[in-house]
Design a protein around this ligand. Structure first.
Ligand code: RRO
Length: 308
C-alpha cells in the first residue's frame, strides 16, 4: 500500500503535513516536524519583521476544536528564509514556506527575495489571516485577490499556492475559482480558520484580543472544510492540487478530505492538542480504512466522493 501523493512537480511519501501556525514557529518546532513521519511540513506564516502577535490568552483548546487570535507572531522573514535555505543545502526543497505580508507590498518584497534565492520548494501565500485588527482577509475581497495575484505572478515563477478563507456561498466559490483559474497557481489550501467567532465560558470570552473574537478550528469546521475542498476540486483546473485543512482528528477525517479531492491534508488543532505523534496515529488509521476498502493508493479514492 502507498500513501504517496504529489503537488506541483514534487512527490511526498505520504499525504500529511502540519497546518501553518501549528507548532512550526521556532527552529525546535520545525526540527520536530522534519523528524516526524509526515510527508512534508510548513513554516509559520511570516512577515518581513518579527512580530510578538496579540496579547494572551490568544489560543484556547475547546471540546470540539480551538479558538485563536494569535495575531501572526513569527520570527521574521529572514529567519524562515535562512531556515529553508539550510534545508536546501541539506538537499531538501520539499517543504512549504508560508508568507503572510500585512500589505501587498510586503508580500511582493518577500516573494522577490524567495524568487532570487536558491529555495525551490512551494510557497503558501496566506490570503486569509482573520486576526489582525484593522486588516481585512484578502480572500474575501475578490477584486483585491485578483490584483494581488496579478502582481505576484508578474515576476514569481516558482511553485506557489494560496491559503483561502472558508466560503459559504455558491456564487463566492465560483467567483474565487474563476479568478484562481487565470493564474499559474499550483495548489490551494482550504480552509483557514472560520474567522471572528465567539466562544463563551460562563459569562466571559476566553481569549483577550478583539473582545474575544477569534478563528475557529477543529471538529466545528470539518463540514465547512470538506465543502470548500470539494467545490474547489470541482471548479479549479485539474492541474491545481487541493490541500485540505480543517477538522482532522482521526484517519477517517483524512479519508474524507481525500474523497472530496484533497491531494494533501493538513493537521492544525489536533497537532496543537496532541504532539507530533498524531501523524503516525493518523497514518495507521488511514491505512486501516484503505485496507478494509481494498484501496492501494491515494488515487484509488481521491475525489471519488459518491453523489446521489
Ligand atoms: O497568527 C494567527 O493569528 C493566525 C493566522 Br496568520 C492564520 O492564518 N490563521 C489563524 O487562525 N491564525
Amino acid at each position: 500500500m502507498s500513501l504517496e501523493t504529489s503537488i506541483s512537480d514534487k512527490s511526498f511519501t505520504n499525504c500529511l503535513m502540519n497546518a501553518s501556525g501549528a507548532k512550526c514557529m521556532t527552529l525546535e518546532e520545525l526540527t520536530n516536524l522534519k523528524n516526524a513521519p509526515c510527508g512534508t511540513w510548513i513554516t509559520k506564516s511570516c512577515t518581513i519583521n518579527p512580530r510578538e502577535g496579540n496579547p494572551s490568552p490568544r489560543y484556547v483548546d475547546l471540546a470540539l476544536g480551538s479558538i485563536n487570535s494569535m495575531g501572526l507572531p513569527n520570527l521574521g522573514f529572514d529567519f524562515y528564509l535562512n531556515y529553508v535555505l539550510e534545508e536546501h543545502l541539506d538537499g531538501n526543497d520539499d517543504l512549504f514556506f508560508s508568507v503572510a505580508g500585512l500589505t501587498l507590498e510586503e508580500n511582493v518584497e518577500m516573494l522577490h527575495k524567495i524568487q532570487n534565492s536558491d529555495f525551490s520548494g512551494c510557497v503558501e501565500l496566506n490570503l486569509s489571516c482573520p486576526n489582525i485588527p484593522g486588516k481585512p482577509q484578502t480572500g474575501y475581497d475578490f477584486e483585491r485577490t485578483h490584483e494581488v495575484l496579478t502582481q505576484v505572478f508578474s515576476f514569481y515563477k516558482k511553485p506557489l499556492g494560496v491559503k483561502l478563507p472558508p466560503y459559504f456561498d455558491m456564487v463566492h466559490f465560483e467567483m474565487m475559482a474563476e479568478i484562481l483559474n487565470q493564474f499559474p497557481i499550483k495548489f490551494v489550501t482550504c480552509i483557514n480558520s472560520i474567522g471572528n467567532a465567539l466562544f463563551i465560558d460562563d459569562e466571559a470570552v476566553v481569549i483577550k484580543p478583539k473582545g474575544g473574537f477569534g478563528g475557529i478550528g477543529g471538529a466545528y469546521v470539518k463540514p465547512t472544510a470538506l465543502a470548500n475542498v470539494r467545490m474547489f476540486y470541482k471548479l479549479l483546473r485539474k492541474d491545481i492540487a487541493i490541500i485540505g485543512c480543517g477538522g482532522v482528528e482521526n484517519g477517517r477525517d483524512v479519508f474524507e478530505h481525500i474523497l472530496c479531492g484533497a491531494s494533501m491534508v493538513q493537521v492544525g488543532t489536533q497537532l496543537m492538542k496532541d504532539d507530533i505523534s498524531v501523524f503516525s496515529r493518523l497514518l495507521n488509521e488511514l491505512e486501516e480504512i484503505m485496507k478494509l476498502k481494498n484501496y492501494h493508493s491515494i488515487n484509488d479514492f481521491k475525489g471519488k466522493l459518491i453523489e446521489l
